[in-house]
Design a protein around this ligand. Structure first.
Ligand code: EPU
Length: 416
């Protein structure tokens, strides 16, 4: 059942509930290493990356149990083994965010070095430099990084680039450091603000999260809490792309329009109508979208995670669009798959020129990663014949009940 089979569909109609954000919950789970006790997270998406982070916490000595409807209880009372093994880091790079909390709480951490991935090289130098500035020292041997520190000491950290992961690692370390830490050029993603609100609830003192300057006053101790995960703006964007490509009218419950301003403006330029509702978003798309140009940027710019979806939308839009990737050098690999489906796309360095065609042509394709996999599925909604997306396990890493949710709005999509 590693494949998703798609047939031309639309117009779509109906309601889709949006789950909690993958890129928030994984960091909240890592942050539970900062204090012993019993945590309860709600609005947790049922995705395999959450299972993977659960396995990592389990291997460190925590008990992780699913509870009720989208709940997760995490408990630990007797210290942890501060180690992230290769098998888990290799499956999920986000595992690297346990480094900050472990070194802050236990004075040491042993974390496997993540390798490259389908986006091209993804270094962690900024994570390490930030923790070093707080007083950690590192040794690398046998594919592992060993971090050590007496108590960390607050300082000014100027990030070379607003990296999401480096900001999170620095923030989770700084909350237990002695004195004040200022993180400048911090990432501003809503998931960072969510992490900061979780840490604040645990007893941390943080100002400015969600802006470029985060100020943290270290405390001696934190405690376990309950928290509701912020909604997944990228899942919401995926369903907006589905309706953009197939046409129709849908409602997304639980989505936060205020976390997606720039994307909503872009989709407006492409002819979609999107407005906030009391508990989500309403969206309508005409028969065929209009082409536009897009550049990815750190939040509040258009997220790199939206890009495969936008390329899929432009593939059948009216006109020519230029998409520029400014975050990940290798993030155009799925373009070849869209071309196999009849898309007219030329890539040059970090640009793609997309000449929209009336419709695509169903073909066997392979999902190279989570977002590109979802983009190939939604592209199949405007492809004549059958599109078979292999590698659907990538999609399961980040999307809960993806096929079921698409079917609920009338898409012809099956697992097979
Ligand atoms: N970078 C460095 N050195 C570092 C850290 C980052 O050079 O130490 C570079 C990266 O190579 C990249 C840029 O900085 O070119 C941005 O990377 P960032 O650190 O912001 O990304 P991340 O924390 O590794 C998270 C999300 C990604 C999302 C990016 C950008 C999680 C688990 N992952 O990754 O989401 O694309 O931010 O917004 O939060 C996904 O959900 O499928 C996904 C890949």
């Amino acid at each position: 059942m590693d494949r998703i089979i798609v047939h031309r569909s639309g117009p779509l109609s109906g309601t889709v509930p949006i789950a909690g954000a993958k890129n928030s919950v994984l960091k909240l789970m890592a942050a539970t290493a900062l204090a012993e006790g019993r945590y309860e997270l709600t609005n947790v998406p049922r995705i395999t990356d959450v299972d993977c982070m659960g396995e990592l916490l389990g291997s460190m000595g925590m008990t992780v149990t699913a509870s009720g409807d989208h709940g997760l209880v995490i408990e630990h009372h007797d210290g942890l083994v501060p180690e992230a093994p290769y098998e888990l880091v290799e499956r999920m790079r986000a595992s690297i965010v346990v480094m900050g909390p472990l070194v802050a709480r236990y004075g040491r951490a042993r974390v496997a070095l993540p390798g490259g991935d389908d986006f091209g090289p993804r270094p962690i130098d900024m994570h390490l430099r930030a923790l070093e500035q707080l007083g950690a020292t590192f040794e690398t041997a046998h594919g592992y990084i060993e971090a050590r520190a007496e108590r960390l000491v607050g300082t000014r950290i100027l990030l070379e680039f607003p990296s999401v992961g480096a900001t999170e690692n620095a923030l989770m370390a700084a909350v237990l450091a002695k004195g004040t830490t200022v993180i400048d050029n911090a990432a501003r993603e809503p998931e960072i603000a969510d992490l900061a609100s979780f840490l604040t609830r645990m007893g941390a003192q943080i100002l400015g999260a969600g802006s470029s300057t985060i100020e943290v006053e270290g405390v001696d101790e934190l405690s376990a809490v309950e928290h509701r995960v912020v909604p997944d703006r990228i899942e919401a964007a995926t369903f907006l792309a589905a309706v953009g490509i197939a046409g129709g009218e849908i409602t997304l419950t639980g989505a936060r329009a205020d976390h997606m301003d720039m994307l909503i403006a872009k989709l407006g330029e492409m002819g979609m109508r999107i407005s906030p509702t009391a508990d989500g978003l309403w969206a309508m798309a005409p028969g065929r979208l209009l082409a536009t140009d897009v550049s990815t940027l750190p939040y509040p710019g258009v997220a790199t995670d939206y890009k495969p979806l936008l390329v899929a939308m432009l593939a059948t839009a009216d006109g020519v669009g230029i998409v520029t990737e400014n975050l990940f050098s290798g993030r155009f690999r799925y373009v070849d798959e869209l071309v196999r489906m009849g898309a007219d796309i030329r890539t040059e360095g970090h640009h793609a020129v997309i000449r929209g065609v009336e419709q695509l042509s169903g073909a066997p394709v392979r999902a190279p990663d989570i977002r590109a996999g979802a983009a190939l599925v939604v592209a199949g909604l405007r492809a004549e014949g059958e599109t078979v997306v292999a590698g659907a396990d990538h999609i399961d890493r980040g999307y809960e009940l993806f096929v079921e949710k698409l079917r609920a709005i009338g898409a012809s999509v099956d697992r097979g």
